[in-house]
Design a protein around this ligand. Structure first.
Ligand code: SF4
Length: 386
C-alpha cells in the first residue's frame, strides 16, 4: 500500500474552533506541524534505528503504545516489541495493565494525558510533546468551562479527544465506540446534555438518540475534509464497494455510509464485510492494521476534495505525522517529553473516565471490537446504513 505525502491545507480552511482565539491556536499549531521536515533515512539506517529502539525499550522497561493513525513503521515496532496499536482509550488501558513502569506514547498529547490519568505512578513519555489535535486545541478549558456554566442544568459529556482539564470539567468522558450508548442512557434518564468538542459526532449522536444536546463547535481537521460529492463519485466508480465512515466526518459523508464506527469498529467491520473493495473515510494510517486484517481486500481512502482538485485522498493527520522513529529513539535515550498533570485535575478527570469504564462493565458493552460483527452486536447497535 502506498502512502501519499501529507496534504497541505490552507489555514484559512480551518473553520472548526468555537472561538477566534482557539482558531488561531489551531492554525498556529497546524503550521508548526506542516513546517516540520521529516528527513528520509536509508533502509540500513532505519534497521539500525529500529534495533536501537528495541534495545532501549528493554533497557528502560518501557512499552511502546501507538495509535492507529501513526506511521506504519511505528505501529509495526509497537506490535513487535510487545506494546500495542489501538485507539486512545485502549492505549491507556493497555498502558495501565502492562507491568512496564515507562510508557512511550506514539500519538497526540491527549492520548499521553489519558494514559497518565489512568497510570499516575508510571512515567509517560510522548514521542513528540508538541503533537496535538484540532479537537483538543479548539476546546480550551477556560472557554469550555464558561460555556458549561451557561447551562448549569445539563450533564457535560466530552469526547476523549480533550485535555485533562476539559475531562476534569466534564461529568462523563466517552469514546466514539460508546458515546452513543451513554448519551442514550442519559437521555432516557431525562438528562439534557452539553456535548464537546466534535460537532459532527455530537450531531450524529443527537440524531440517533433524540437527546437534547447543546454542541461545542469543534471538529477534526482530517475528518472534516472528507467531501460528500467526491464520495458519491467514488461510489459510482466502485458500485460494489462498501463505505466505512468515522462519525467525526461531515453529515453528508456519514449519510452515505454502510458502516459508521470508531477506528476499532471500522477494522472489525472490514473483517466481516464480504465485499472486495472498501472505501474508508478516516485517517489513512488505519490502513496498516486494516490491511493486516483483510489482506485480500482493496482499501480506498475516501476523497477529501472535489473532482477538479489535484489532491483528493491525503487524509493524514499532520500531528500524528510528527511521530517518527528518530524522535522515538531520542526520547528513549534521554527520557524527554514527560507528561505531568496536576493531581487534583487528574483525579477529577479520572472520575469522568471511570464513569465510562464502569458503564461499559455494567452494561456488558464491549468497547473493544473483536472483529466478529455478530459478537460485536452491541457495538454496532444503531450503527448501520445511515
Ligand atoms: S486525526 Fe483529527 S481527531 Fe485524530 S488527532 Fe488528528 S486532528 Fe485530532
Amino acid at each position: 500500500m502506498g502512502y501519499q505525502a501529507r496534504k497541505s491545507i490552507d489555514n484559512n480552511d480551518l473553520k472548526s474552533s468555537a472561538s477566534s482565539s482557539s482558531k488561531w491556536k489551531i492554525s498556529d499549531a497546524f503550521a508548526k506541524a506542516e513546517a516540520e521536515i521529516v528527513l528520509e533515512i536509508s533502509d540500513e539506517e532505519k534497521s539500525a534505528l529500529i534495533s536501537k529502539i528495541e534495545q532501549l525499550l528493554k533497557k528502560h522497561d518501557a512499552t511502546l503504545i501507538a495509535h492507529y493513525y501513526t506511521d506504519p513503521e511505528i505501529q509495526a515496532l509497537a506490535e513487535k516489541s510487545g506494546g500495542c496499536v489501538a485507539d486512545s482509550l485502549e492505549m491507556a488501558r493497555f498502558g495501565r495493565d502492562t507491568s512496564s513502569q515507562t510508557l512511550v506514547v506514539a500519538g497526540v498529547r491527549f492520548m499521553g494525558e489519558t494514559a497518565k490519568i489512568l497510570s499516575p505512578h508510571k512515567k509517560v513519555l510522548m514521542v513528540d510533546i508538541n503533537a496535538t489535535c484540532s479537537l483538543d486545541l479548539g476546546c480550551p478549558s477556560d472557554d469550555f468551562s464558561n460555556f458549561c456554566d451557561q447551562y448549569p442544568d445539563r450533564t457535560v459529556v466530552v469526547y476523549a479527544n480533550t485535555s485533562a482539564k476539559v475531562k476534569a470539567r466534564a461529568d462523563w468522558v466517552v469514546t466514539s465506540s460508546i458515546g452513543l450508548e451513554i448519551v442514550k442512557y442519559l437521555h432516557e434518564k431525562g438528562e439534557k446534555i452539553i456535548w464537546g468538542p466534535d460537532r459532527h459526532l455530537g450531531r450524529y449522536i443527537a440524531k440517533e438518540t433524540g437527546a437534547d444536546m447543546v454542541l461545542w463547535q469543534g471538529d477534526c481537521i482530517v475528518h472534516d475534509e472528507f467531501k460528500a460529492s467526491g464520495l458519491a463519485l467514488y461510489r459510482e466508480k466502485y458500485p460494489n464497494a462498501k463505505v466505512l465512515v468515522h462519525p467525526e466526518s461531515p453529515e453528508r459523508v456519514v449519510k452515505q455510509a454502510d458502516i459508521i464506527g470508531s477506528t476499532s469498529q471500522l477494522i472489525a467491520a472490514a473483517k466481516k464485510l464480504t465485499t472486495k473493495q472498501l472505501i474508508v473515510a478516516t485517517d489513512q494510517g488505519i490502513f496498516y492494521k486494516m490491511q493486516q486484517a483483510v489482506p485480500e481486500k482493496e482499501l480506498l481512502i475516501a476523497p477529501t476534495a472535489g473532482n477538479s482538485a489535484t489532491c483528493k485522498s491525503c487524509a493524514m493527520c499532520p500531528w500524528m505525522g510528527m511521530n517518527t522513529l528518530t524522535k522515538l529513539s531520542s526520547v528513549l535515550e534521554h527520557g524527554e517529553n514527560e507528561i505531568f498533570i496536576e493531581e487534583n485535575i487528574r483525579q477529577e478527570a479520572k472520575k469522568s473516565l471511570d464513569r465510562m469504564l464502569a458503564f461499559a462493565d455494567n452494561t456488558k458493552i464491549n468497547i473493544r471490537a473483536s472483529g466478529d460483527l455478530s459478537q460485536d452486536h452491541t457495538l454496532f447497535a444503531n450503527i448501520g446504513p445511515a
